[in-house]
Ligand binder design. Sequence first.
Ligand code: NIG
Ligand code: FE
Length: 400
Amino acid sequence: MKTLHGPFTQILPLTGMPLKGALTDDQLQVIPDGGIMVENGLILIVGDFETLRKENPSAQINLIEGDGVLLPGFVDCHTHICFAGSRAKDYAMRIQGKTYLEIAKAGGGIWDSVTQTRAADEALLTELLLKRIERHLAEGVTTIEVKSGYGLSVEQELKQLRAIKVASTQTKASILTTCLAAHMAPKDFNGSQNDYLEHILTGLLPVIKKENLASRVDIFIEESAFNAENATIYLTKAKQMGFDITVHADQFTTGGSKVAVNLGAVSADHLEASGDAEIKLLANSNTVAVTLPGASLGLGMPYAPARKLLDAGACLAIASDWNPGSAPMGDLLMQAAVMSAAEKLSTAEVFAGLTFRAAKALNLTDRGILAAGMRADLQIYPANDYREILYQQGKLKPKN
Ligand code: NIG
Ligand code: FE
């Protein structure tokens, strides 16, 4: 059954814009009094509402009352929302000026979330994850990437990945799963960093493939986690097994983005520490540069050089990094809006970074713009001008 939705005060299809580089707002196509025809979850046509109504007299009409700005659903291409417990203690210490090392010594950091997540059973993890997914969905995020990485053993990573798989069948959101067993070397593993990665490669990734639990593999390259050399061996093998690869790169020190680009990773995420050399490398590659303003806000640190990345020609996506440690807030639109004020990103650049450019980071070509044949992932803001959305810095919520 064809359904015509409308009229919308404005439709922003986000079509016709390049995948890489800077964008200005005059590149945003704005359709006034627009309509969108949908059938079986796919878009048939986008255009003038009255024209579409006359041309399709048999279509069912979903009449939109009042002001409405229609956008593609947001794609959050980087989250860690499958976890149990809280790290409020870490945050309180951090805002008192304690360092990363002092917090870890006091029992905080990633390992604390590993302990709390290991203590939860699969059903509880699924329940907690679904609540976070539903909150994201209510805020217009229709595609969500979810990482494991708080299990850090074969059995505990599988528990997380299975919880994500169950949750994905119980929500309207579209879920993409990433194995982040290489989040840090677990404190209770008997062996070197390399031994642990080898253990994951032989004992975990084949099971993930067999049970179809994740399509992507991620690693944290950092002094406190894995070095570039070990990460290169690990990612190369993961890629040979058919996984898309992605990297937590250049968060505090550089090195990760080079590995990501050299290996053809779909994305390099964080980039707060990236300098001119890393920016150039990313801009000349097909690896999406993913900026995570939520981690900058949570840690009280500078943003990634988003403006410079765009000006150099990179494909820039914006994601929430929602996790219990560095990015507990999880409000993607608020974070993107606040970062855009500091980094001087145009509305077109922010919307692209939250939609089709983020879809590219997940290797998805069927969403992120409103065009014939694409998924009908829609969100409607109660506004008469699209500029209200960033202006209200996340306080204007979609009404669907
Ligand atoms: O993306 N940087 C590494 N991992 C997460 C933090 C996870 C945590 O602190 O629990 C991040 O910021
Ligand atoms: Fe992260």
